[in-house]
Design a protein around this ligand. Structure first.
Ligand code: NI
Length: 175
C-alpha cells in the first residue's frame, strides 16, 4: 500500500535550512516516499516548490509544480529534480519572491532571467531543463535551498539584517 503524508515544513531560523544538502546516492523506496510526501506537502501548503531540507531531510531533492497557474505562459508540469545543478544562466530580472519557510514575507530578489539545470528524474534518468520566467525563478530558489541559502540572503545587507532580527525575535517568543 502506498500512503502519502504531509510533513512539517521547517521555518527560518531552523538550522536544517542552513546546511548544504548531500547528493542522493541511491534512488530507493525511501527517496520515492520522500518525493511523494514532498509533493503532497507542497500542494497542501499550498506552494509551487519545495526542497527536501524544508521538511528536514538534508538531501538534494526538490519538487516544483506550476501546472495549475492561471497564466498559461507560466504553466509547467510537475518536475522532480534529484541532485540538480545550474549549468548555464543568462540575463537578470528582479521580481517578488516568497518562501514557505519564511512565512508572511515577500521581497524583490534579483535572479538570472534564464537558466539551464541538469538533474536526475525520480527514476534516476539524467535530464536537462532550460527555462525562463516563473520556472527559472523557482529552479534558482529551490537550488539555493539545497545549498543552504534562503532568498533573504540575496537581499541588501540592511534588509537581510531586518529579517534576521525579526525572525530571531519570533523564535525567542516561541521558545
Ligand atoms: Ni523557499
Amino acid at each position: 500500500m502506498i500512503t502519502m503524508a504531509i510533513r512539517e515544513i521547517r521555518t527560518y531560523p531552523d538550522p536544517v535550512l542552513r546546511k548544504r544538502t548531500d547528493p542522493v546516492r541511491s534512488i530507493n523506496g525511501e527517496i520515492q516516499k520522500l518525493i511523494d510526501d514532498m509533493v503532497e506537502t507542497m500542494h497542501a501548503a499550498p506552494g509551487v516548490g519545495l526542497a527536501a531540507n524544508q521538511v528536514g531531510v538534508p538531501l538534494q531533492v526538490t519538487v516544483i509544480d506550476l501546472s495549475t497557474r492561471d497564466d498559461e505562459s507560466l504553466r509547467h508540469p510537475l518536475v522532480v529534480l534529484i541532485n540538480p545543478e545550474i549549468i548555464a544562466a543568462e540575463g537578470s530580472i528582479t521580481e517578488e519572491e516568497g518562501c514557505l519557510s519564511i512565512p508572511e514575507c515577500s521581497e524583490k530578489v534579483k535572479r538570472a532571467l534564464k537558466v539551464t539545470v541538469k538533474a536526475l528524474d525520480r527514476t534516476g534518468k539524467p535530464f536537462e531543463l532550460t527555462a525562463d520566467g516563473l520556472m527559472a525563478k523557482a529552479l534558482q530558489h529551490e537550488i539555493d535551498h539545497l545549498n543552504g541559502l534562503l532568498f533573504i540572503d540575496r537581499l541588501s545587507p540592511l534588509k537581510k539584517d531586518f529579517y534576521k532580527r525579526k525572525y530571531r525575535k519570533t523564535a525567542l517568543q516561541k521558545a
